[in-house]
Design a protein around this ligand. Structure first.
Ligand SMILES: *Cc1c(COP(=O)(O)O)cnc(C)c1O
Length: 366
């Protein structure tokens, strides 16, 4: 090797994103308009009109740097979630928030705890700073909180939880998380990643900002990429008490969120109508996909997100077969789930396309 690089960087595997529509069109000679992408848990409605308008208005200011402190967006988040503005960390996607947290807290010689089958970025953020990963076996495809508690060692500084979890869609009820938070030593920073929070059934919802008030070691992570339909823009935020937020503010890039994203996020988080419409579309689509999988005789993990993990057997072959029919889903072999595929909920006609294509591919494979 010509260059020196830390061993922990050389041993990292890059993140595997969902295949872009344009790439499939190029590779298989398909028409982009005929391709259905159900691979990245995006909102099938696209972005809200309110955000589009806010972005167009913000374009005229692009010659200037963004507000490095994101004053207006933080004020909007502060009022929407009833938290102090100095609890808010803005991120270039919530991925950025996860990385900022890892950089602020971890270093070589320390460890982070997360679950098997949990979001891939926890491993990346941990390894990128040379910390050790303690991966706790999952229970029923979800987080085993008791085992995660038991896995904490003296050098553990951080613990990641996704609720609901991606790629499995599993959910931990509020009472379980609350009891868990009371037992985690205060020196361990807990990152509670709630990227899919807005998709929860109203009966399961809870106010996690109250936990931030009670736990100085808790960071909530939220994104505008999922229900808010702004995945391409890259904007998310963290909520934590002022001491942790101050540490994260030191490590972030000065202009980590751009001005268009800040403007769009202000509009989107106020757009209750769009969120409600997206929620209902997802609830119905999820039910449709899950009953469709059951009708095909396929196991799936009941999901609380905007996607379903379904067991198809030879996932590589089924993924390829679906691509040939212009349907992109997500292989999860990299997560240690080689027999499964993750399918995002789409528009009703997209869900139908997926189920029809899957039925064909499975009958050929079987
Ligand atoms: C999609 C996702 C995120 C957020 O992604 P960003 O686009 O970076 O905000 C975070 N956590 C989980 C579990 C996700 O699935």
């Amino acid at each position: 090797m010509k260059f020196q690089s830390p061993d922990y960087v050389r041993s990292m595997a890059p993140y595997q994103a969902g295949k872009p529509i344009s790439e499939l069109a190029r590779e298989y000679g398909l028409n982009e308009a005929d391709i259905v992408k159900l691979a990245s848990n995006e909102n099938p409605l696209g972005m809200p009109a309110s955000a589009r308008q806010a972005m167009l208005a913000a374009v005229s200011e692009l010659g200037r740097y963004p507000d490095a402190n994101g004053f207006e967006l933080k004020a909007a988040i502060s009022s929407r979630y009833a938290v102090p503005a100095d609890w808010v960390t803005l991120g270039n996607g919530s991925n950025d928030v996860l990385e900022i947290a890892a950089h602020a807290i971890l270093q070589p010689g320390t460890s982070a705890v997360y679950s098997q089958y949990s979001f891939a970025v926890y491993a990346l953020a941990t390894h990128a700073v040379g910390a050790r990963a303690i991966v706790v076996p999952a229970r029923d495809h979800g987080h085993d909180l008791d085992a995660m508690l038991a896995a904490i060692t003296p050098d553990t500084r951080m613990l990641f939880i996704a609720n609901p979890n991606n790629p499995t869609g599993t959910f931990l009820p509020a009472a379980r998380v609350e009891a868990f938070l009371k037992q985690v030593p205060e020196r361990v920073v807990v990152v509670l990643d709630e990227a899919y929070n807005e998709y929860l059934d109203p009966a399961l919802r809870f106010d996690s900002t109250r936990w931030v008030r009670e736990h100085p070691n808790l960071i909530l992570s939220r994104t505008l990429s999922k229900v808010y339909g702004l995945a391409g823009l890259r904007i998310g935020f963290g909520l934590a008490q002022a001491e942790l937020t101050d540490l994260m503010n030191r490590i972030r890039q000065p202009f980590n969120t751009n001005s268009i994203a800040q403007a769009a996020a202000i509009a989107a988080i106020a757009d209750d109508e769009f969120v409600e419409r997206s929620y209902r579309l997802n609830r119905d689509g999820l039910a449709k996909l899950q009953s469709g999988f059951a009708a095909l005789g396929l196991d799936y993990v009941p999901s609380h997100g905007n996607f379903v993990l379904v067991r198809v057997g030879n996932a590589g072959a089924v993924y390829e077969g679906l691509l040939r029919q212009g349907v992109i889903v997500r292989p999860v072999g990299g997560y240690g789930l080689p027999e499964w595929l993750r399918v995002s909920v789409g528009l009703p006609e997209e869900n139908d396309r997926l189920l029809a294509a899957l039925s064909q591919v499975m009958s050929r494979a079987g």
